[in-house]
Write a protein that binds this ligand. Structure first.
Ligand SMILES: Cc1cc2nc3c(=O)[nH]c(=O)nc-3n(C[C@H](O)[C@H](O)[C@H](O)COP(=O)(O)OP(=O)(O)OC[C@H]3O[C@@H](n4cnc5c(N)ncnc54)[C@H](O)[C@@H]3O)c2cc1C
Ligand code: FES
Length: 270
């Protein structure tokens, strides 16, 4: 393991319901916390649950290096996240991290657009918090209760726009309907950071590439080992092979990829 990755018995300081099925958990994790870069994740081993053998990956939403803490936002959707949601304060949880490649940092002159679908806000918040410039943050979700940490993004100085599929909050429609005018208002100096469902990432990637705008996309693929050993988490990346693509492990070489690296289904006909 490289020196910047640690296995740490972290202690839960807070694990509370944020809203609906979403929870905010904060750990004391002084080994991992100071090394976290925007877009990285931890692989979490559920304690006292031998049936939940595999670790679960979660983006690192926020850190406080001085206090030695890190926070995650997670949606309770299954056995692992359900078990996580009932762990009380002071429970010890083994974390492996920080894992994966960071979102590359924008320069001071670049205008940043963040596009976060659902809990994609967890992977992109540190981009806004650590940015040298400000920009626009687009938060998209199915409905109002899936719009998370809007206030936190606003506190970073980013303008925040919201879209919901059902129109219960903000613009009624897809996040891409907010992204298009935002991209078109720029003058080529924009860099886009996105995390959300794969279909959203494909749409964001296509819109950005059509406009020669750099887009970094963070893929939440299902993962097993989290460290590059098992090939559970692959996506197709362009290469010089006869097929024009190769499988790449998102846990090790991602989860963040430049949209231009991805082999899109539309590339088949090229
Ligand atoms: C790099 C990375 C970052 C992530 N960050 C977050 C985060 O910040 N917040 C958060 O809530 N979740 C995040 N996830 C997803 C999270 O890891 C899964 O929701 C979790 O592992 C599900 O575990 P479970 O045991 O509760 O669900 P299971 O019982 O294993 O599965 C329940 C359902 O969720 C689906 N599922 C399982 N894993 C994933 C996944 N990786 N992506 C999409 N669907 C999945 C299953 O197919 C199934 O339909 C991230 C995943 C990755 C790879
Ligand atoms: S999860 Fe095992 S290689 Fe990525």
């Amino acid at each position: 393991m490289s020196p910047s990755k640690f296995q740490e018995n972290a202690v839960i300081l807070e694990n509370s319901n944020y809203r609906g099925d979403y929870f905010l958990i904060t750990f004391s994790a002084p080994k991992i916390s100071p090394h976290v870069l925007p877009g990285q994740f931890v692989h979490l081993q559920l304690p006292h649950s031998p049936e939940l053998l595999l670790r679960r990956p979660f983006s690192i939403y926020n850190t406080n290096a001085e206090a030695g803490t890190l926070s995650l936002i997670y949606k309770a959707i299954g056995a692992g996240t359900g078990a996580l949601s009932i762990l009380p304060r002071d429970t010890v949880v083994n974390l492996l991290g920080p894992l994966g490649q960071r979102f590359p940092q924008a320069t001071k002159d670049q205008r940043i657009i963040i596009a976060a679908g659902g809990y994609g806000c967890a992977s992109t918040y540190l981009v806004a918090k650590t940015a040298e410039s400000t920009g626009l943050c687009l938060l998209g979700a199915r409905n109002k209760s899936d719009i998370l940490v809007e206030d936190e993004f606003q506190k970073t100085g980013f303008e925040v726009q919201v879209s919901t599929d059902d129109g219960s909050y903000g613009h009624k429609g897809r996040i891409t309907e907010l992204l298009i005018p935002a991209l078109d208002a720029g003058n080529g100096d924009t860099v886009v950071y996105a995390c959300g469902p794969n279909a959203m990432l494909a749409a964001v990637g296509r819109l950005c590439m059509e406009r020669d705008t750099i887009a970094y996309l963070s893929y939440d693929m299902e993962m097993c080992c989290g460290v590059g050993a098992c090939f559970t988490c692959v996506i197709k990346r362009k290469c010089d092979s006869p097929d024009g693509w190769e499988y790449v492990r998102t846990c090790k070489y991602g989860p963040v990829f430049d949209a231009r690296e991805i082999y899109w289904e539309s590339d088949k006909s090229n």
